[in-house]
Design a protein around this ligand. Structure first.
Ligand code: UD1
Length: 419
């Protein structure tokens, strides 16, 4: 297992190219199961989650070739319908092969992804949606077994206790493309990654409208063809590098960002006093001492939960008290204890974190718990003057392409070592 060593306290300056969005790539890869024609996805980031999805598709009878940033998915003869535990357990997004498998192969056996350090992550909305489309669904031996000779379109309310669900929306939208008749998904997720997936499905021949709103309407078709698609850039990676710029007291120009997907993030950055300059897909972020702010995470277009941990680091450096309220994953606070070990003054009260500003983080040995918490520890390490060691750093490779190289290019002193 690798560890990351950061000698922080230096301002990061320069340009960084934002990679393709992981959360777009994964469901779009799953969409290839809806057809036997070739599917070509461009701008795909080299991440362990993408490799995991490629392995799952291979287990399901696809041939996946990944060259440069192009991923070509071809059908082989196999009509397998089992996504095994050994692959699914490492990544929840694998659950979104369920909808396409059911729609195209009429049966699916997909391991339940199980718990996760950011809290309970149930799949009830996925199952509710598929059952509404007429599938027979049962849970047995840690697997979800689903079958349906034919899916039938329906009106489905897909809201849960925490609002909309991104991957449940993806699953039901994909399944309904091959259902008989019209499906209405009410309280659907509005995330840009859902819009990107809908674009792909339309290229395949699906009839969809309303993507990007809380009401998606799908008119079922008999069959779907292949596609070629360039996925959107990663708004969470862009937001993370904006935080890196500010915590290091530097200036970073993000290239290939999609400003329209980052409005809530820019709003927060502006309120804390950062300077943001936007020119098409280039965004420059800089600033020094930040002001405190209260942030509440919401489904899109609200402030993303996937940037909560990184912004906690930023707000730790504000002059005054900030409050973060986590409305998507109320238990997503694993990073608090490690940040406090680096000198932060954060207190957690249920879904709320109260952050008292400090001058600077102090370097320490810390343990990464999940993907975005790891990015937060990197941010704290970049701020701390001295040597910070982050253990269990493999989480970062799930979501940040070439993170070490990108940071080095910006002037960070960072190295990876075997434990
Ligand atoms: C996706 C993102 C993840 C992000 C999350 C929220 C991908 C691959 N992952 O995950 O990075 O943090 O959206 O923006 O796109 N819920 C239920 N029942 C369900 C499903 C979800 O109650 O059946 C709850 C979850 O526990 C959570 C909330 O709904 O509280 C939102 O989760 P959801 O949008 O489903 O997250 P994912 O799609 O798994």
């Amino acid at each position: 297992m690798d560890k990351l060593i950061i000698f922080g306290g230096k301002p990061l300056r320069g340009e960084v190219k934002v990679s393709g969005a992981k959360n777009s790539a994964l469901p779009i890869m799953a969409a290839s199961l809806l057809t036997e024609e070739d599917c070509l996805i461009k701008n795909v980031p080299h991440l362990s989650d993408v490799y995991t999805m490629a392995k799952i598709l291979t287990a399901l009878g696809k041939e996946v070739k990944f060259e440069s940033d192009r991923l070509l998915i071809r059908h082989r003869r196999s009509q397998s319908f089992v996504a095994p535990y050994r692959l699914v357990r490492t990544m929840r997004a694998s659950f979104c092969v369920l909808g396409p498998l059911l729609a195209r192969r009429h049966k699916a056996r997909v391991s339940l992804p199980g718990g996760c350090v950011i809290g309970l992550r149930p799949v009830d909305l996925h199952l509710k949606g598929l059952e509404a489309l007429g599938a027979e669904v049962k849970i047995s031996g840690g697997y979800c077994w689903a079958k349906a000779a034919e899916l039938r379109g329906r009106e489905i309310f897909l809201g849960g206790d925490f609002g909309s669900s991104v991957l449940a929306t993806a699953n039901i939208m994909m399944a309904s493309t091959l259902a008989k008749g019209r499906t209405v998904i009410d309280f659907s997720a509005c995330e840009p990654e859902i819009v990107d997936l809908a674009k792909v499905l339309k290229k395949m021949g699906a009839k969809i409208r309303g993507e990007g709103t809380p009401r998606i309407v799908v008119e079922g078709t008999k069959s779907l063809g292949g596609f070629e698609h360039k996925i959107i850039s990663d708004r969470i990676e862009a937001g993370t590098f904006a935080v890196f710029a500010l915590v290091s007291g530097g200036r970073i120009k993000l290239q290939g960002a999609e400003p329209a997907h980052l409005l809530a993030v820019f709003d927060a950055l502006t309120k804390i006093g950062a300077s943001i300059r936007i020119k098409d897909t280039e965004v420059s972020v800089s600033g020094r001492r930040v002001k405190p702010l209260n942030i509440t995470t919401f489904p899109y277009p609200g402030f993303p939960t996937d940037l909560q941990a990184q912004f906690m680091v930023l707000l730790s450096l504000a002059k005054g008290i900030s409050v973060i309220t986590e409305k998507v994953y109320p238990d997503r606070f694993m990073h608090v204890a490690e940040l406090n070990r680096m000198g932060a003054k954060i207190q957690r009260f249920g879904p709320l974190a109260v952050i008292e500003g400090i001058k600077r983080f102090s370097p320490a040995e810390v343990m990464a718990s999940d993907l975005r918490a790891s990015a937060a520890l990197v941010a704290a390490g970049l701020n701390a003057a001295g040597k910070t060691v982050i253990h269990r750093v493999y989480h970062l490779y799930r979501g940040y392409e070439n993170l070490q190289q990108k940071l080095e290019k910006l002037g960070a002193q960072i190295k990876r070592e075997d434990e």
